[in-house]
Write a protein of this length. Structure first.
Length: 66
């Protein structure tokens, strides 16, 4: 009777450890997705700035030509 109880206890502990690890993975995925979203917004802002600068440069280049 001792071995089945030990097996059940070890099984429960294994499931508990897997649950804790799954929770840690979930938290890290949420944090990573926040960082990806922030980086995506920064890239979009930088591309808009670059587009504006390129338009200004093109406009300036046309007026400088003789």
């Amino acid at each position: 009777m001792l071995w089945p109880m030990i097996a059940i206890a070890l099984g429960f502990l294994g499931i508990a450890v897997l649950g804790v690890l799954a929770l840690r993975v979930y938290v890290e995925v949420r944090r990573l997705s926040g960082q990806v979203a922030r980086a995506s917004r920064r890239i979009a802002d930088a591309s808009r700035d670059l587009e504006r600068a390129a338009e200004d440069l093109a406009r300036t280049g046309r007026t400088v030509r003789p």
